[in-house]
Write a new protein. Structure first.
Length: 326
C-alpha cells in the first residue's frame, strides 16, 4: 500500500504545472511532440550539461576501448534526446488510441510470454531504463494481463498523475513500497508483473556483472521468481522510425537448481536477465539511461560472488550507436 504522505502547497503548484505542460504536449501533433522532446533533451545535454559528467564517465568506462570521445559524445547526446522524446510520448498517452497502439507497437517474443502464462504461475517481466520503457504499459491493450510494480514519487499528486497514465490502457498498478501482497496476488491470478530493475540498489542489492563491472542490482525479481515458481523474462523497447516501438521479450531465464541456497538462486536469476540487458545496450547504446550512477555502490571487499560476463556468454554484438528516429 501507499505510504501516508501529506499534500503541501508546493505539491499542488508542481501538480498544476505538470498538468499545464501535459496539456500543451497533448495539443501538439505526435511528430512535433517527439521533435520538441528530442530538442529539449539535446539542450539539457549540450547547454545545461545536466549530469553530463556522469553520462560521459559511464560511457568511457564501458566503451572507452571501442568508441573515441566524439563517438561517445554522440551516444550520450542521443541518450538525452531519447529521454526527451520518451517524456513527451509518455505525456501524450491520453492521445493514444487502440488503432495507434496496434499501428505503432509491435511485440517480438510474445510467444515467450504465452509460454510463461501457460505454466499457470504468472510471469515476471523485467525491463531497464532503455528506449521508451513506459511503452510497456500498452501491452495491456494488446491482450496481455499486466500488473506494474512502480516506485512512488515524493509528490503524491504527481505520483497519481503518472500512475493514471500507466493504468489508462488497462494494467494494474502496485506500489513498490510496503508489502508485496499485490504482486503475489497478481502472480496467483496468472498475470504478468512488470518492473524496472537496472539501477543501483545500494548495499542491500545483489552484485552481478554488468557491462564488465560489479553492479548492485535489486534482488526483488530474482527473489520473486525463486519463491513463486513464476517465469522471469527480460524485455526492452527499441525505438523505430516515425514514433513506432518494438517491445522485445526474451526467453525466460533458466531456473537454477532448487537445491542451491536461496541467495545463490537469486544471484543466478539476476545475472541472467542482466546479461540480456547488456546485449541490448551494446546493440543500441544510445537507448540507455547513461545519466544514472549505475556503479555507485561497490561490492564488499573480497566478495567473490560476482559473475563475469564472459563466463555467462555475454556477447559484444554488432553496435548501433544511433537507433531508430533522429
Amino acid at each position: 500500500m501507499s505510504r501516508n504522505r501529506k499534500t503541501t502547497f508546493q505539491h499542488r503548484l508542481e501538480y498544476g504545472a505538470a498538468r499545464a505542460v501535459q496539456a500543451v504536449i497533448c495539443a501538439l501533433p505526435a511528430g512535433a511532440a517527439r521533435a520538441v522532446g528530442g530538442s529539449l533533451g539535446s539542450f539539457a545535454f549540450m547547454v545545461l550539461k545536466l549530469r553530463r559528467d556522469v553520462a560521459m564517465g559511464n560511457l568511457e568506462r564501458v566503451f572507452g576501448d571501442r568508441f573515441d570521445r566524439d563517438e561517445r559524445l554522440e551516444i550520450a547526446r542521443e541518450s538525452y534526446r531519447n529521454f526527451g522524446r520518451m517524456t513527451f510520448e509518455y505525456a501524450r498517452f491520453p492521445r493514444l488510441t487502440q488503432r495507434d497502439i496496434e499501428r505503432l507497437i509491435t511485440v517480438t517474443g510474445g510467444e515467450h510470454l504465452d509460454a510463461a502464462l501457460a505454466g499457470g504461475k504468472g510471469a515476471i517481466l523485467v525491463a531497464g531504463h532503455f528506449g521508451n520503457w513506459e511503452i510497456l504499459a500498452t501491452l495491456a491493450r494488446l491482450g496481455y494481463p499486466m500488473t506494474f510494480l512502480v516506485g512512488e514519487q515524493h509528490n503524491i499528486l504527481v505520483d497519481g498523475l503518472m500512475n493514471r497514465l500507466r493504468a489508462r490502457f488497462g494494467g494494474e498498478i502496485v506500489p513498490v513500497t510496503g508489502n508485496l501482497m499485490g504482486v503475489l496476488r497478481a502472480l496467483r491470478r496468472n498475470r504478468i508483473v512488470a518492473m524496472l530493475s537496472d539501477q543501483d540498489a545500494g548495499k542491500n542489492g545483489v552484485f552481478v556483472d554488468f557491462l564488465g563491472k560489479p553492479a548492485s542490482t535489486p534482488y526483488g525479481p530474482g527473489r520473486m521468481a525463486a519463491g513463486t515458481g513464476a517465469a522471469l523474462l527480460p524485455a526492452f523497447v527499441v525505438r523505430r522510425a516515425a514514433g513506432a516501438h518494438e517491445v522485445v521479450v526474451g526467453e525466460a531465464v533458466a531456473r537454477p537448481p532448487e537445491d542451491l541456497p536461496l541467495d545463490e538462486r537469486v544471484r543466478i536469476f539476476t545475472q541472467g536477465y542482466t546479461k540480456e540487458f547488456e546485449a541490448s545496450i551494446r546493440l543500441y547504446p544510445d537507448h540507455y539511461f547513461w545519466m544514472h550512477r549505475r556503479w555507485k555502490t561497490s561490492p564488499p571487499q573480497g566478495d567473490g560472488s560476482v559473475s563475469h560476463g564472459q563466463e555467462h556468454g555475454v556477447q559484444d554484438g554488432r553496435s548501433r550507436r544511433t537507433g531508430g528516429e533522429q
